[in-house]
Design a binder for this molecule. Sequence first.
Ligand code: FCB
Length: 406
Amino acid sequence: MAVSHYQVEGDDACDWTEWEAAGKTRGGPCERAVDSWTRYENDGWLAREAGANAFRFSVSWSRIEPKPGQFDERALERYVALIDHLISLDVEPVVTLFHYTHPSWFHNDSPWSSTSSADRFGEFAARVVKALGRRVRMYVPLNEPLVFLLAGYFDGQIPPGIADARLLNRVFDNLLAAHAAAAAAIREYAPQAAIGISHNMMAFAPERRWHPLDRLLTRVAHACYNRGLIEAFATGRWKFLLPPGTIISGRRPELTESLDFFGVNFYSRLHVRFPGTTRVVGDFAYRDRTGLGLTDNGWEIVPDEMAKMIKEASAVGRPLVITENGLADADDRLRPAYLRSHFDVIREAPVHGYFHWSLVDNYEWLDGYGPKFGLYEVDRATMERRPRPSLTVFRELGREFLRNSP
Ligand code: FCB
């Protein structure tokens, strides 16, 4: 089961709250989220009730380090309490250290375009890992660094909201340096823990199958979006083209030592059309080509493509885990079939775990509270959680998957 701090906890002042206040989201502000900061015990119970034996969540950097170098012990204690609670329920805590949000001071003090960013993140990571102690056996330093790079520094759609292709190389390198710095802290203070990464993988297909340029752009998109990070962790080097004309390349040999498992976040497929009419790099659109229906936020359902992405990710040479997979489906119309078809894939694939996105309905970033990803729906007036009918499907599939896992 997977959640992230900002999307569920509530009342967390950070760069995203400023972004919301400036009116830069489509879906409105996060505010109380679904109040998991106080309802964490209940959420742990719900995960257990869903049959999960592991719970992936992230910690909030802004709560833990509200001012540079000043750490809030109470915030750390609260995460320790969540971890202890999960362990008491026989649910393995899996801790993500970065899931998109930053303390407000970060982008002025040590932006990702400066090398001090990785040091800062390393210090934060060390502090967290020391506080959480030996109870945590799986860490994910970074969630979807490439998505953050593209949305934060290329499109400028999320904080820090910069659209400057000249910074991309440096920022990507610093993000990977940050992973390595956090990994070093984990090896030092929690040597028992396995270190992973969560990589968002997207299937791409040519909009017009006969069109050579659609096919070419599809290959370029795949090489950049899916393979770049795999290559970085497999070899310690990376080089890929980000359309229309930026080469991202670099070398960090320490990466190969800093990864024990590779996490895939898989959701959907984009159909690629060249040349773009709305964006310089081309048009990317979701279509219902499988006939399985589009989710509430318009994403195509493509379980077979998840199998291909798993195969692709196996090039990294580490155990694979699905660290996110799920859909927005308020009426629970598509979720039962979605769950079955994606479990059909993981049952046959070399994956060591599956984290469903998400436990509860939550704040879906720029789209606010529109998309409902929860196995439990949440009434935000009362914060009451109610199981969607497909919870029983998930529980059955999960039980069977666990029974057959080595
Ligand atoms: C992933 C994000 C996660 C959530 C899902 C729907 O890319 O990691 O926070 O928003 O998409």
